[in-house]
Every structure is written in C-alpha cells, then in structure tokens.
Design a protein around this ligand. Structure first.
Ligand SMILES: Cc1cc2nc3c(=O)[nH]c(=O)nc-3n(C[C@H](O)[C@H](O)[C@H](O)COP(=O)(O)OP(=O)(O)OC[C@H]3O[C@@H](n4cnc5c(N)ncnc54)[C@H](O)[C@@H]3O)c2cc1C
Length: 449
C-alpha cells in the first residue's frame, strides 16, 4: 500500500481543479478515473450538448426568420455537426490530461473502491491518504420497464456517438436533458416524440415557463406525450415501439432515455471507507461537504448537490477554503441555472411560490418580452422576465427569465443578489439601449406601483 497526501475519486468538474491545485501546492495526489477524463460535463453533458445545439439553433433561427423578411432554405449536415461535437469534446479532454500531467497529478485509469478508512484501491493500486475526495457524479438511470433493458437505447453517454440522423426519435423524459436534445434533433430534421408522466415540461419551473417552452417545441414539430407513462418497450428491424399507459404507442427509429440520474456510488464500496449513503445512494455530507468519515469529503452531483457543472466547480473552491480553515458551507452561494432550449429558461434564486412557502413576504413582477424594444426588433414574442423580492427588505431574491439568451441575462440578477441589492438599485441602473437587459430596470420599476 502506498501513502499519499490526497486521493481524488472521479475526474469531474470539481475533482480535476482540486487535484491540480493540491499538486501545485506540493502535495502528492492520486486521481482515479474509470471513464473518460473530465467527467460528464465535457464528455457526455454540457460541452457536447451545447456544441450540438449551436448548430441546431443556428439553423432554426434562420429557418424561423421569415417574419423578419429572411428567406432561408436550411439543411443540417448531421454527420458534420456530430464530428465537430466530438472534436471539441476530444480537445477539452486533451487539455485536462495536459493540466493534470503538468501539475504532476498521478492519474490511475481505473474504477476505485474504498478498502478502508481513507484507503482506496483500483487498477492494482492501493493508496491511503489524509484527504480523500469523492467526485464520482451521476449516470442516466433506466426506469424499470418491460423490454427496456437490452433494447439498445441511447443515453447522454452514447447520443453524441451518432453518425447519422435517425428519421425519428422517442425521448423518455421531459426534463432539461430530454428537451435540449429533443429540440436539437427536431431542429436537425428528426421527428421527435417526448414522453413524460408529468402534465408539463420542466415541472420544477413555473407554469408559464413550461407553457412558453411547450409553445416553442410545438413550433419545432416536437410531439409531446405529457401525462403519459411509458410502460413497455419493444424493438424490431424498423425500430422501437413504446407502449404508453393509455394503450397508445409511439414508434421511432431511435430511443433516448433521459429519465433521471443515479449517483455513481455502487462501485465505491462506501461502507468500507466509513462513508454513509442516503436512501437513493447519494453520499451524505454535512455543511462543510464532509462525509461521515474523517478526512473524507464529497463534492458535485454525487453529494446530492444541485446537479450542475458550476456547482461542482464551486464545490472545489469551497472545499479548498474549508480545508484552509475558512468558514464556507455547501449552501453559501446564489444558485442560477438554465435550460438551453429556445427559448432558454433561466432561473436564479427562488420563485414567488417558493419564497412564500419559506414564509417570506414576497412579491413578484413580470414583463412579457414583447414589451422590450430589442425583442420586438428581433421578432421575439415568446417569453417573459419575472423578478421576485422580499417586500420587507426590498431585496431581490429570485428571477425566472424565459427568452432569447436569458442564460446570459440572468447573471445581471445573480450579481445583484450576491451584492444584496434591492429592486431600487436595479431600477436606478441605466442599461444600454436597445438590449434585452434594458428590460430589467423597467421590470424593477414595476414594484413602485
Ligand atoms: C446531457 C447533459 C447536459 C448537461 N448540461 C449542463 C449544462 O449545460 N450546464 C451545467 O451546469 N450542467 C450540465 N449538465 C450537468 C453536469 O454535466 C454535471 O452536473 C457535472 O458534470 C457534474 O460534475 P461532477 O464533478 O459532479 O461529476 P462528473 O462530471 O459526472 O464526473 C464524475 C466522474 O467520476 C468517474 N467515476 C465514477 N465512479 C468512479 C469510480 N468508482 N472510480 C473512478 N472514477 C469514477 C466518472 O467516470 C466520471 O468521469 C449536463 C448533464 C448532461 C447529462
């Protein structure tokens, strides 16, 4: 058995920079990775999906620009799009490899398991360390369903390996992964069916955000099977048949399963390391990201954090500060995120409903985007911006923004929230005309009424 200063299990978004920083500080670091270096985000998640959507959305923007007087005959060269997606993914992977090598992190390309407290084994290597960090992420879950196992369906791990555009694709799951990839495929020319037991897409967001997105998906020709549960899958030479709970069937050449995630903890043998898991298999951590075992921490998705790359990445900075004796906790941040469909559905902080349930005297104002000059000029009418405040302090506590590139715009509100701003500060900010951001002071001003 070897002794090192730190062991990182999983090369996710937090694990890699943490390993690099520790090694640069002169520590001996071993990083175990059982799959592609860089984890979900760069290999099977954010990077390939957004590179894919860049092509699909660009094509659709041109195709939908008729009202602006633009006539475009668009076709998407799917093999070329996917080749570019994979080359970006590969280039990000090589950069990560270089960063780890330059910092002299020892990478063991193997699945790791605990064999004792702060002792991990994998690929014939057994290492004990003062510090062990688990950053093993999540994997697509397969809903228990007759015929699904072994049917040869895609998940986000295989979606980007496609060489040819299938004529049709059924998607199990109306969450953000299914919707982004589903809309992208529809925009690339594939007939797409989205099946979800919930009555609306993006069930965690507000009703009108779901409605705006459903309108856009319908415009793209996506066929929604909402409130329907898939019961059974079968496959023959012509493709997949999905039997729904109302007895109807969806037939498609390809099947994408995007129906939730499971934590990658089965192989960890966590109990051998004194690390307890919750009922769903996520690593239990306290406010400081510490597991139930001394010197053993978990970051990112596997710790049951909101499953976003920027959360895992911020966990790395937070954990570094905690290890250095500073006071930080897993929740000391303003959380924002977005669905990268068109329109984008971006959110920061809480909704009005969530704020009121938390006992706050909250108020919200909403502006439809067709009241914003920039959106009118660019022919956009599907979306809205909503701002939520605590009426006792006038502080901004949340926003939902649906529309063109709102994932960028939501950072204006995020910055105000980090700064503890009131709506009056946003109202007083003079934003550039004509921009989408110009709608935000206008929105804040609505609290005057
Ligand atoms: C299609 C898709 C699109 C997404 N888009 C976005 C987006 O736009 N924005 C965003 O913020 N987030 C997005 N996400 C979510 C984001 O990818 C994840 O939240 C993020 O990657 C989590 O990082 P992580 O550090 O927790 O773990 P991961 O990135 O999942 O990395 C975990 C690593 O651990 C390895 N591992 C697991 N078990 C072991 C073991 N026992 N031994 C050794 N190695 C192991 C895995 O192989 C993996 O490489 C997307 C996800 C998907 C699937």
């Amino acid at each position: 058995m070897e002794r090192v200063d730190a062991v990182i299990v999983g090369s996710g978004q937090g694990g890699v920079p943490l390993a690099v920083d520790l090694a640069r500080d002169g520590k001996s670091v071993v990083l175990f990775e059982r799959g592609r270096l860089g984890g979900t985000c760069i290999n099977y998640g954010c990077t390939p999906s957004k590179a894919f959507l860049a092509a699909c959305h660009t094509g659709a923007r041109a195709r939908l620009a008729g009202p602006l007087g633009v006539r475009a005959d668009i076709s998407i060269d799917f093999p070329a799009v996917m080749k570019r997606v994979r080359s970006i993914r590969d280039s990000f992977g090589s950069q990560i490899r270089r960063r780890l090598d330059d910092a002299r992190v020892r990478v063991v390309e193997a699945e790791a398991s605990f064999v004792g407290e702060r002792t991990v084994a994998g690929g014939g290597v057994v290492v004990a360390a003062e510090l062990v960090v688990i950053d093993t992420g999540t994997t697509a879950s397969a809903p228990p369903m007759k015929g699904l196992a072994g049917a040869g369906y895609m998940t986000n791990e295989t979606f980007f390996d496609q060489e040819r555009l299938p004529a049709s694709m059924a998607v199990l799951g109306g969450g953000y992964i299914g919707l982004e990839l589903g809309q992208g495929m529809a925009r690339a020319g594939c007939e797409v069916h989205v099946i979800d037991p919930n009555a609306r897409v993006l069930g965690r967001e507000e009703d009108d955000a779901s409605a705006a997105l459903e309108t856009a998906l319908a415009q793209d020709g996506v066929r929604m099977h909402l409130g329907r549960t898939a019961r059974e899958v079968s496959r023959d030479g012509s493709g997949f048949t999905v039997l729904l709970d109302d007895g109807s069937t969806v037939k498609a050449a390809a099947l994408l399963v995007a129906a939730g995630r499971v934590p990658n903890t089965a192989a960890l043998h966590a109990q051998a390391g004194g690390v307890r898991l919750d009922g769903r298999g996520y690593v239990i951590v306290d406010e400081t990201l510490r597991t139930t075992a001394e010197g053993t921490y978990a970051i990112g998705d596997v710790a049951g954090q909101p499953a976003f790359t920027h959360v895992s990445w911020e966990d790395y900075r937070r954990l570094k500060a905690i290890l250095a004796g500073q006071r930080r906790t897993r929740n000391d941040r303003v959380l924002a995120y977005s669905t990268f469909t068109e329109p984008q559905v971006a959110r920061v902080g809480v909704t009005l409903d969530e704020a009121r349930k938390a006992g706050l005297n909250a108020k919200a104002v909403t502006i439809p985007i067709d009241k914003i000059a920039r959106a009118v000029e660019w022919g956009q009418s599907n979306g809205f911006y909503r701002l939520v405040i605590d009426a006792d302090s006038d502080k901004i506590i949340g926003a939902t923004m649906v529309g063109y590139e709102t994932a960028e715009l939501v950072h204006v509100v995020l910055a105000h929230m980090e700064a503890g701003s009131t709506w009056q500060v946003l109202d007083r900010s003079v934003h550039v005309h004509p921009t989408y951001a110009e709608g935000l002071p206008t929105l804040a001003r609505m609290f005057e009424a």
